[in-house]
Design a binder for this molecule. Structure first.
Ligand code: G3H
Ligand code: 13P
Ligand code: ZN
Length: 320
């Protein structure tokens, strides 16, 4: 058993309290490799933003859970070396069992999500409560989820949103003791969130209803990529195929982050930014075969994207 405190990481409790009061959200960026982690830390140090670096089950399969946790430990030292010790939370994204959450807590994660959103309400309460009891003994934060996002989430997929029911949130939070709650209000995972010709709108009215039931309680939004059309254009220009990729308009996320939404998850936009930069290098320099020559520009593009998110979308700049 190693505590995240020994690694220089922090849990999300104090960060969320400040974010809710201050009307901004903490960025939660996924990482699977060194370049993504460097970009996240560089962007957050340069904007003086706290950050949640998160590990999905896809990331665990791709890169190995142990290696990712050591990289997170390295990120703490890396931030200091870049000139500013920003608060860093290492978070398990979409944990699907008590055992997985426990293994992350035991190896130094400072926050876990137990995603019981595909279970019945009672089963969701039971597994979430069990994770909370174990996590809180180690001062680790827990995110639960109520409602189902449309789209593909690891192996589980849902065709339609099941919006979070405001009448359930107070009971869920009380019974489980979670520290934050992910809700479903029309965001979804991936780059294809809305059908072309439809109005890309999330249900800020449901968010307001939820907030009335649990005032000031930290709310989390998954599936919050905006699918910037200038990036999609570069991908298409250099041979990619991304028809009808539409995301959540950034103004709507900014509005949500001014309320009790204090953690916003962004992964797909980063994938798009890296893909655009790599395609450009390959198209312009077909003879290039040194990975640093295309992963470097991808890392720089990712850093710029994350700086923009912190400054213009989440409002987390200067909050570290
Ligand atoms: O929850 C979705 C995240 O974007 C992670 O996706 O499992 O493909 O890494 P992934
Ligand atoms: P996006 O696919 O919209 O980036 O969402 C990421 C996410 O919710 C990770 O948990
Ligand atoms: Zn998610």
């Amino acid at each position: 058993m190693i505590s995240y405190k020994e690694l220089g990481l922090v849990n999300s409790k104090a960060l969320f309290q400040k974010a809710v009061k201050g009307g901004y959200a903490i960025p939660a960026y996924n990482f699977n490799n060194m370049e993504q982690l460097q970009a996240i830390i560089q962007a957050c140090v340069e904007t003086r933003s706290p950050v949640i670096i998160q590990v999905s089950s896809g990331a665990r399969k791709y890169a190995n859970q142990t290696l990712l946790r050591y990289m997170a430990e390295g990120a703490v030292a890396y931030a200091k070396e870049l000139g500013y010790a920003i608060p860093i939370v290492l978070h398990l994204d979409h944990g699907d069992s008590f055992e997985l959450c426990k293994s992350c807590i035991d190896t130094g994660f400072s926050s876990v999500m137990i995603d019981g959103s595909h279970l019945s309400y009672e089963e969701n309460v039971a597994v979430t409560k069990k994770v909370v009891e174990y996590a809180h003994r180690h001062d680790v934060s827990v995110e639960g989820e109520l409602g189902v996002l449309a789209g593909v989430e690891d192996e589980v997929s849902a065709e339609h949103h099941t919006y979070t029911r405001p009448e359930e949130v107070e009971d869920f939070v009380k019974k489980t003791g979670v520290d934050s709650l992910a809700i479903s209000i029309g965001t979804s995972h991936g780059a294809f969130k809305f059908k072309p010709g439809t109005d890309p709108k999330i249900r800020l009215d449901i968010l307001a209803e939820i907030e009335k039931k649990i005032p000031g309680f930290p709310i989390v939004l998954h599936g919050s990529s905006s699918v910037p059309q200038d990036i999609v254009k570069i991908i298409t220009q250099y041979g990619g195929k991304m028809d009808a990729a539409i995301g959540i308009p950034e103004e709507q996320l900014r509005a949500a982050s001014r309320s009790a939404v204090c953690k916003i998850n962004i992964d797909s936009d980063g994938r798009l930014a890296m893909t655009a930069a790599i395609r450009k290098v390959f198209a312009e320099k077909p003879g290039e075969f040194d990975p640093r020559k295309y992963l470097g520009p991808a890392r720089d593009a990712l850093k710029e994207l994350y700086k923009h998110k912190n400054i213009d979308v989440l409002g987390s700049e200067g909050k570290a």
